[in-house]
Design a protein around this ligand. Structure first.
Ligand code: GLP
Length: 237
């Protein structure tokens, strides 16, 4: 595991964009698992600036959706596909996407998703945020490392942290998530962590026991790079 501590969220975003750019230069047909949430937004905005300056070409990469709420049409502002589309796919000019098919029932949508990821040769790079309860995507605690892509009920912690995203609108209670199996098989993982509210969960993820009650603790078994801002990193030994 490599840990880099950055002095601000902006510097974290610049470093994450450098990391992403280097991966893409190495392999233009990169398959990337893409988190939404607040943390990676500055990074995606920095990547967009690089695309606009024609320093970066993302047209050959395949983006893979990380998670999605159940029961929302794509036009709903809370749709995580919609969020990924607005913040990542459109600005970076990406048309190849593996997503949860909204026209399928949850179980077949998950089976199809796993088959498409396998056909693509697996995930090259997973860009992840850290749930305040240690979840990855929506692999809620407890999730063991073999957990597959599936539908599940969100924990109260996730409902309350996700409530901050859209003001008054309620958070859907059920979701689909790329499984721990896919995340942990990614060739490289970039974990982005920002803010004092992530201090405790980050130190447990990197320094505590590996346990299903903290799914992020299993990232230490991958080729992991953690970029943390100083506020998040302050709790580390
Ligand atoms: C959310 C999402 C994750 C995200 C994480 C952290 O619940 N399901 O995909 O990475 O929690 O979110 P944030 O970056 O907003 O703290």
């Amino acid at each position: 595991m490599k840990l880099e501590v950055l002095l601000s969220p902006e510097l974290l975003a610049a470093r994450a964009a450098d990391f992403f750019t280097a991966e893409l230069e190495r392999k233009p047909k990169l398959t990337v698992l893409v988190a939404t949430g607040n943390t990676p937004m500055l990074t995606y905005a920095e990547l967009e600036r690089r695309v606009q300056r024609q320093e970066l070409d993302c047209s050959s990469l395949t983006a893979v959706q990380l998670d999605e709420y159940l029961g929302l049409p794509e036009s709903d502002p809370r749709s995580l596909y919609g969020w990924m589309n607005r913040s990542f796919l459109e600005p970076l000019g990406i048309s190849k996407v593996i997503r949860f098919d909204p026209n399928l029932e949850p179980d077949p949508a998950c089976t199809q998703f796993e088959a498409e990821v396998a056909r693509a040769g697996g995930i090259d790079l997973a860009v992840l945020g850290l749930g305040p309860n240690g979840h990855l995507g929506f692999n809620e605690p407890p999730s063991n490392p073999q957990s597959v892509t599936r539908a599940l009920e969100l924990t109260p912690e996730s409902l309350s942290s996700n409530a901050a995203y859209w003001g008054e609108l309620p958070v859907p209670t059920h979701a689909l998530t790329a499984g721990m199996n896919l995340i942990l098989a990614a060739r490289r993982v970039l974990l982005l962590v920002s803010g004092a509210h992530k201090r405790d969960v980050l130190s447990r993820a990197l320094e505590g026991p590996q346990t299903p009650s903290l799914p992020a603790s299993y990232l230490r078994d991958t080729d992991l790079t953690v970029l943390a801002d100083i506020e998040a990193a302050r709790g580390l030994k």
